[in-house]
Write a protein that binds this ligand. Structure first.
Ligand SMILES: [Zn+2]
Length: 276
């Protein structure tokens, strides 16, 4: 979105009735960043998309992350105590919402998966039912990614059902890449579901030092690539993720644009999606 268009949109929002304080603050932030930033060249500006996983369970760092002054893609787990609240809160602040679908890993405890998870012992009908239920549970969702899932995302039978349902609901899929054996790119292509891929996890270790190091790696990737997606988490690392991202994003905002994940879907993939 161009700065000019964003500003017009912001001013329209200012004029609209019933604007609450939080969105008024967002609007004023948008305007001040639009005023202070350079005019981005849509063709050549590098793009960064930050995705934050594991919302939905009142996890540590939830508020601090939602308050960050950059557009985020917020992945919310279904059927948990703050699933709806977190999805609504993210949407209200202008972030993008996706479903963080719990999927069985090769290693790890079953209780880490949460309710409604996809496991390889379920039959086709039950898989479909669970994906449908998760989509219905998360308001404003425009895409899906996986929570854990090293086993399920390598399973062609299950991922075919997931992609079929995503297609029916017009959702894109972000491959969290928890396994190099992921079948997601090819299965998504077969079902005409736009697919994006995580480049790196920001907080596989929780310290600020590690997160800063990963953000450095992200910028290295951006020298080669036009855009990059990185995933962080609320939870044990949530506060460090929030404070590190806040500082870092103000430093790099003149080198790249922050966008939501869906803004990285190519026009070609969008077109595929609308084919019968
Ligand atoms: Zn997760």
């Amino acid at each position: 979105m161009s700065v000019t268009f964003r500003m017009i949109l912001s001013f329209c929002m200012l004029l609209s009735p019933g604007l609450n304080e939080a969105s008024a603050q967002m609007v004023s932030n948008e305007i001040s960043s639009a005023m202070s930033g350079r005019i981005p060249d849509e063709q050549s500006t590098k793009k960064i998309s930050i995705v934050i996983d594991d919302f939905g369970n009142r996890m540590v760092g939830t508020e601090a992350i939602l308050a960050l002054p950059i557009p985020l893609t917020v992945a919310v787990m279904p059927f948990l105590r703050s699933s709806k609240e977190d999805a609504e809160g993210a949407h209200r602040r202008g972030h993008e919402v996706i479903i963080h679908m719990p999927m069985e890993p090769n290693y790890g405890k079953k209780e880490w998966l949460g309710p409604g998870a996809l496991t390889t012992d379920l039959d086709d009908a039950e898989i479909r039912k669970r994906v449908e239920a998760a989509i219905a549970n998360i308001p404003h969702a425009v895409g899906m990614n996986n929570h854990m899932g090293s086993k399920v995302t390598a399973d062609r039978r299950i991922m075919a059902i997931v992609m079929e349902v995503c297609r029916e609901h017009g959702l894109f899929y972000l491959d969290s890449r928890t396994t190099y054996k992921s079948v997601i790119p090819e299965v998504a292509a077969a079902y005409h579901v736009p697919v994006l891929s995580n480049k790196l996890f920001l907080d596989d270790r929780y310290t600020q030092g590690h997160i800063q190091g990963q953000l450095g790696l992200l910028m290295q990737h951006l020298q080669e690539d036009q855009d990059v997606i990185a995933i962080g988490h609320v939870g044990p690392s949530g506060k460090n993720v929030a404070s590190t991202l806040r500082q870092w994003s103000s430093e790099v905002k003149n080198k790249a644009d922050f966008v939501t994940a869906s803004q990285l879907i190519s026009p070609e993939e969008r077109e595929l999606q609308i084919l019968p």
